[in-house]
Design a binder for this molecule. Structure first.
Ligand code: SF4
Length: 330
């Protein structure tokens, strides 16, 4: 398949599910009505690597290793209000995985030369998110100058914004950018009220996309350097591929990896006593965890009547991530 020329290097790796998402802080001086941050993260000075709460650069490297990451996307909140942290984490990731570990950084701020100097050699790509109120006079804002300065200094530079009415005004920035990424506007737990106030509605009951979001960006989508990132794509390709990478590195011999990148296994709640039946299994086909026995889902269903205790099949994100479903077995 020919390479999509509007895609930045960061996006190419993201398409492969090979980018770790490093959320460096939930603090942000802005209050965009469409802000997608969850309650768990918004306004809190917390750090996450993918879905895992972490505290140190070493932990971030551990998460990157588990997914065989080729790069990292640094996001927030506003990463530049914790510039020292961005430097510390980026430096560690580049040291651990080499210069080729591609790092892109989101920021709502138009970075000045001083800030860019602090990021040089640590961050490869800068994705600016100018405030919505500036879009109709974007050339007069500081974002054009920031883009030109950053490009002169060797960064790849783009704008990345959600699709909102009036997004066509950003077209005038294209000559000064390497790319313009448009994310389909998404409905979330913290922005639902603001969406309703503006009479916006979700497109369907399955995805988070907001109805009409693609139409607002229509005049831009066909332009060179412009890339449209749909909500459906993020869920069905980006996340799935990332989960698959983690699952392949972390699944136990008895975990079944699903097409969605989740893992399936069976549990027996019996106080952690290994039933005699399990002696017939290879030793790596079961594990005692938190007072329960975990094994292949088919062991639980096939020998259910010979196993005393509560039995269930668990589907969850790999590396003991989010539990998607627990199905009791009679
Ligand atoms: S700049 Fe980003 S993190 Fe900050 S309020 Fe706006 S959408 Fe939320």
């Amino acid at each position: 398949m020919p390479r999509d020329r509007s895609l930045s290097r960061g996006c190419v790796l993201c398409h492969q599910g090979a980018k770790m998402v490093l959320f460096v802080t939930g603090l942000c001086p802005r209050s965009c009505w469409y802000c997608p941050l969850s309650r768990e993260r918004k306004g809190k000075d917390v750090i996450y690597a993918n879905e895992k709460r972490i505290h140190t650069p070493e932990e971030a490297a551990g998460v990157a290793r588990l997914m065989s990451a080729f790069g990292t996307g640094i996001t927030g909140g506003e990463p530049l209000i914790v510039l020292d942290r961005v430097q510390q984490f980026s430096r560690h990731l580049k040291t651990e995985f080499g210069e080729s570990h591609h790092i892109h950084l989101y920021t709502g701020i138009a970075p000045g030369r001083e800030q860019l100097l602090d990021l040089q050699g640590l961050v490869d790509e800068i994705r600016m998110h100018p405030p919505y109120e500036t879009w109709d006079r974007i050339l007069e804002s500081g974002y054009k100058e920031a883009a030109c300065t950053a490009r002169e200094m060797g960064f790849s530079v783009g704008i990345e914004v959600p699709s909102l009415p009036g997004i066509g005004s950003l077209e005038v920035m294209l000559p000064f950018l390497d790319f313009l990424n448009i994310n389909e506007l998404e409905w979330g737990e913290t922005n639902a009220g603001a969406m309703r106030e503006r009479r916006l509605v979700p497109e369907d009951g399955v995805h988070n996309a907001v109805s009409g979001a693609r139409g607002w960006a229509k005049s831009l989508i066909s332009r060179q350097k412009v890339h449209w990132c749909s909500s459906r794509f993020k869920d069905s390709v980006q996340l799935r591929k990332r989960l698959l990478r983690v699952a392949r590195n972390t699944a136990r011999p008895f975990d079944q990896i699903t097409r969605d990148g989740t893992v399936l296994y069976g549990t027996l709640e019996n106080g952690g006593v290994v039933p005699p039946l399990f002696r017939q299994l290879e030793p790596d086909m079961y594990e005692v965890r938190e007072g329960a026995i975990e094994t292949a889902w088919w062991v639980i269903t096939e020998f259910s009547d010979q196993l005393a205790g509560e039995k269930s099949i668990v589907e969850r994100y790999p590396d003991r991530g989010l539990v998607v479903e627990v199905t009791p077995v009679a």
